[in-house]
Design a protein around this ligand. Structure first.
Ligand SMILES: [Zn+2]
Ligand SMILES: [Zn+2]
Length: 260
């Protein structure tokens, strides 16, 4: 649901690209990102590790996903987190225009995942404090925009049980330690569709967490994949709650010199 503030901003600033501030043509005024900015996003393409979607390592098995929980099967990202895409993620996180999520979701929607057609989308949750500061969870916005494109329900199955330090400056090992035990699956009937889910979506859950969970793929949705530590930890919590298949999608993927 769009906030009043967003609606007003949309009225006042209808024709400017949210990223480069170029004026958008009238025909494009339903968009918030211009074609030039979107075409700067560089898609992540194979060859990649079939599991984590990272470009194939030169020697030996993939180190990035070796320690992932077994339930986490396939993770893919839409674009490399380079200048243009980084601006888009920044706008999603700190911008007032909720519609930017539509552009990011357009890029993510092209990702093919096994079992996608019966999956539930699970946003990676924010901690309570960060949610209060930001006012919204950017991953949930992305998940909801993606849900419209994939016609799958968004299900708030996870909570963040403790705040974690901002990950930007941490090494891969430190990132793993930083998010260890950060998530827990919700236990109650609140596993049903959260407010704002489109009614009538096929496969929308009617019961609490646990019903059909072992069979149904759950797709974790996050804005950015750096080392995969956050997705792995979120998947671990879902696995412990009984999930058999967890998948993951992110809009951006950070370039890690060590892993390519
Ligand atoms: Zn632009
Ligand atoms: Zn891998």
């Amino acid at each position: 649901m769009r906030s009043v503030r967003e609606a007003i901003e949309q009225l006042l600033l209808p024709t400017e690209c949210a990223l480069c501030h170029a004026l958008l043509s009238y025909a494009r005024s339903d968009r918030v990102v211009c074609d030039v900015c979107r075409h700067r996003w560089r898609a992540v393409r194979p060859p990649w590790c079939e599991r984590c979607g990272q470009p194939e390592p030169h020697f030996g098995p993939c180190r990035l996903c070796a320690d992932w929980p077994g339930a986490l099967r396939v993770v893919r990202s839409a674009v490399w987190l380079e200048a243009g895409a980084r601006d888009a993620v920044h706008a999603l996180k700190y911008g007032a225009l909720g519609r930017i999520a539509d552009h990011l979701a357009d890029a993510v929607a092209g990702i093919v995942l096994p079992g996608r057609d019966s999956a539930w989308l699970v946003p990676v949750p924010l901690g309570r404090q960060r949610l209060r500061e930001r006012g919204y969870n950017q991953s949930e916005r992305l998940a909801r925009a993606l849900a419209q494109r994939w016609r799958r329900p968004v299900v708030d199955l996870l909570t963040r049980v403790r705040e974690t330090a901002t990950q930007t400056a941490l090494t891969p090992q430190a990132r793993l330690a930083n998010v260890a035990g950060a998530f827990a699956a919700r236990r109650t009937a609140s596993g049903g569709p959260t407010p704002g889910s489109r009614p009538g979506v096929p496969g929308a859950p009617r019961h609490g967490l646990g019903v059909g969970l072992p069979e149904r793929p759950l797709v974790l949705v996050d804005d950015v994949f750096t080392t995969g530590a956050t997705l792995a930890e979120a998947a671990r919590a879902l696995e412990q709650a009984g999930a058999g298949t967890v998948l993951g999608v992110t809009f951006g993927r950070a370039t890690l010199p060590d892993f390519t």
